[in-house]
Design a protein around this ligand. Structure first.
Ligand code: ZN
Length: 415
């Protein structure tokens, strides 16, 4: 099958956000088990390599970003997966979440292990943090994380690896105290949990500006948000990037999302992302329903013109029980990532490179209002910071009053 490969790499403009799709569950199981060629040989519907991150592969689309959890540290990436940071940007999570969820302890997963593995394999990694919401107190989490910042500064040796400081806390006061304690460690940017809300996303960035950490003339840095996934949040990140660019602050936004994997786990085969939809995942069908609709698919296909769907020639095989996980999950993941990338690409183009006025006029009123509040904040960070939360909550409440309950912003604001 011949078609042009879409290239989603952002090399044309370094002032657009980084985005890292996270592969988990079924798709990851298949990748662990089979090489791209084995998938192509074994199953009808694989016509290209699943390695979208590698330019040298004959793949469905090209996007050189891979996000890996600390779990991957047991593998030699180059040998096992052919993931080479000289060709692909690799974001290696440090394992703070594994510590919090007790999948690891500071004894079984040490700072030396986290940093050592990242120095060998990754392009970007956060320090090993202890998120401030477990059994440890705020002060204990902060002390543990500060030790990690110090460790990283004293022991880093690879100039191929950027290391990010981590912010944690329950509210703006805790964020502020945390940042004050860690801000003097010379690292390459910051990462924190977006908390699922626009408020948490913006609060930390405004604090950074008010504390003079993010300012024109600073050393270029990366600001990463963990676990941001909805189309609405991709839009906010693009807008925040626009504001940083406008203020001439050389900070590049970055975020990861496992939603493409999670969605296919629930049988969601995205066809197109609808900005007014409740989640944007248009093919919201349970696995079972997907199979029951088989006859419908047989007649109408997936109704999608993406390169993954265009390679599907045998629906029966795709939905067959025996090969279910190996085909549906990984191809569904690739389809979903493709649509996320297409959405992000268009959004970045409109928000950052293109005409914001046109975009604002075409967006639901709620988005336009929120853009205005955000713009006010970024242009007057000091005078507006105190009312930041109040202003954004007000917009959120207006959203709840004036839009249907499933509006993306409303659910986003509710976290
Ligand atoms: Zn498709």
């Amino acid at each position: 099958m011949v078609f042009d490969r879409m290239d989603f790499s952002n090399t044309f403009n370094p002032r657009t956000p980084y985005f890292w799709p996270v592969m988990v569950g079924g798709p990851y199981t298949t990748v662990k088990k089979y090489t791209p060629q084995e998938c192509i040989d074994k199953y009808d519907n694989y016509v290209k390599s699943y390695k979208y991150w590698d330019k040298s592969e004959d793949n469905y689309f090209y996007y050189p970003h891979v996000f890996l959890s600390a779990f991957y540290s047991r593998y030699n990436l180059k040998k096992k997966s052919g993931i080479d940071r000289d060709r692909t940007l690799v974001f290696a999570d440090s394992g703070g979440f594994q510590l919090l969820s007790k999948k690891a302890t500071p004894e079984t997963w040490t700072r030396a292990m986290a940093l050592g593995w990242a120095e060998e394999n990754a392009s970007i990694t956060p320090i090993l943090d202890w998120p401030s919401r477990g059994e440890k107190s705020f002060a204990e989490s902060l002390a543990f994380t500060e030790d990690s910042a110090r460790y990283a500064v004293e022991n880093r040796s690879s100039d191929k690896l950027k290391i990010l400081n981590v912010v944690s806390g329950a509210d703006i006061t805790e964020y502020g105290a945390w940042i004050d304690k860690l801000k003097d460690y010379p690292l390459d940017g910051w990462a924190h949990g977006g908390g699922g809300t626009l408020i948490a996303m913006v609060e930390v960035i405004i604090l950074m500006i008010n504390k003079g950490i993010y300012r024109p003339g600073m050393k270029p840095a990366i600001h990463h948000l963990f676990g941001i996934s909805s189309p609405a949040s991709m839009t906010w990140v693009a807008f925040i990037q626009r504001m940083l660019n406008k203020l001439d602050i050389p900070v590049r936004m970055s975020y990861d999302a496992s939603s493409a994997s999670m969605a296919i786990g629930m049988g969601k085969w995205t066809r197109d992302i609808n900005i007014n939809g409740s989640s944007g995942w248009a093919f919201a069908k349970k696995n079972l329903e997907l199979k029951e609709n088989f006859e419908h698919f047989k007649v109408f296909g997936f109704g999608c013109d993406c390169p993954v769907c265009r390679g599907i020639t045998n629906l029966e095989e795709l939905l067959h029980q025996d090969t279910y996980t190996s085909t549906l999950y990984l191809l569904g993941f690739l389809n979903n990532v493709y649509h996320q990338l297409r959405f992000k690409h268009s959004m970045d183009h409109m928000m950052i490179l293109g005409n914001q006025e046109l975009f604002t006029a075409c967006m639901p009123r709620l988005y336009s209002k929120t853009f205005k509040v955000l713009e006010e904040l970024f242009l007057n960070p000091e005078t507006k910071a105190h009312s930041l939360t109040a202003d954004l909550i007000k917009v959120g409440h207006q959203a709840m009053e004036s839009f249907e309950p499933k509006n993306p912003l409303t659910s986003f604001m509710e976290g």
